[in-house]
Design a protein around this ligand. Structure first.
Ligand code: RB5
Length: 316
């Protein structure tokens, strides 16, 4: 039976709550053992009172929970480790390099990049919000867990092997100049198991790229999809147009390094490509790099927050 370990800091709030929620959400056919632990736990603590109350409101019982420190043995025996934040996952991957391929934050695993922040010290309302956030993200995780486990038989070739194979919800769009590359990428992404919503254009007739940037950007900000891809002749017009939409961080990339960094450091949510600049092979590599990478958070979060603050200030 597969073992999943949910990890937070002290193992008194988020991860015990996540454990009972995940147990409650999983069906009987899904046979996992679910445990929880903390990166810096003081062993033997009861779950925080507000966490117990928030769980009880959903008919879940945390009264028997006692905190435990995540041990080397637990990591080695786990089939999947899910942390609450990107920085926790990052820290664990550094400490357990051999197991790094099975360690993700919930945001990374579900492709949303979100963190489940520590509710400690908050009132019941704060814990309720954490519970609801956890419930939503665990539901998404649950869809991906069987896919992840079904691929775990193939031995990993790289740290990003699993991420590449996890199904993502993507939006794609192009103008006439990007149309052939869009068709090429769409069928390739679908074959790789991703859900791809194609917003057009649907042929070689001349159209205006901002119309397609708008459609894809909307799907991204409304969270209908996780990430978007936009293609025009150079990728420039698409990036200019998409970046006018509040909440969009579109990156025009012509190499794999930039694509990776656009996700890791800038938390880009749209990749723009230039069909007249790139060949199909390189474009596919760039898309792979973009989809495989996750936002690193920490100091980069502060910088991205400043970008978003600029967006707020500059709006009339
Ligand atoms: C269309 O000719 C071209 O201008 C457009 O595809 C794009 O390159 C704009 O940035």
């Amino acid at each position: 039976m597969k073992k999943i370990v949910l990890v937070c800091t002290g193992n008194t709030c988020r991860s015990p709550l996540a454990k009972v929620l995940l147990e409650n959400l999983s069906t009987e056919e899904e046979e996992f053992i679910i445990d929880s632990a903390g990166i810096s736990a003081f062993p033997g603590q009861r779950a925080a009172e507000m966490a117990r109350r928030a769980a009880r409101e959903r008919g879940l019982d945390l009264s028997a929970h006692r905190s435990q420190q995540l041990s080397k043995r637990m990591v080695r025996e786990a089939d999947l480790i899910l942390t609450m934040t990107g920085s926790q996952a990052h820290r664990l991957r550094l400490s357990y390099r051999d197991e790094s391929k099975i360690i993700f934050s919930l945001g990374e695993f579900t492709g949303s990049s979100e963190n489940v922040e520590d509710p400690i010290g908050g009132d019941l309302e704060v814990y309720r919000q954490t519970r609801e956030q956890l419930k939503k993200i665990l539901q998404a995780a649950l869809e991906r867990i069987p896919v992840f486990f079904s691929q775990a038989g193939d031995l990993p070739v790289s740290k990003n092997y699993y991420r590449r194979r996890i199904r993502m919800n993507l939006a794609i769009g192009s103008d006439h100049a990007g149309y052939p590359l869009k068709e090429n990428l769409t069928s390739w992404l679908k074959e790789a198991g991703h859900n791809v919503v194609d917003f057009g254009t649907d042929g070689p007739d001349s159209v205006d790229y901002p119309d397609y940037a708008r459609k894809v950007a909307r799907a991204v900000v409304l969270q209908e999809v996780e990430l978007g891809i936009l293609i025009c002749g150079t990728g420039i017009g698409m990036s200019m147009a998409a970046n006018k939409v509040k909440g969009i961080r579109a990156a025009r990339c012509q190499d794999c390094y930039s694509a990776r960094m656009a996700r890791r450091h800038n938390n880009a949510n749209i990749l723009t490509l230039g069909e007249r600049v790139l060949g199909n092979g390189l474009a596919r590599e760039i898309v792979s790099a973009f989809l495989e990478e996750n936002f690193a958070g920490d100091r980069h979060q502060r910088r991205v927050d400043k970008i978003m603050q600029l967006e707020k200030e500059m709006r009339d």
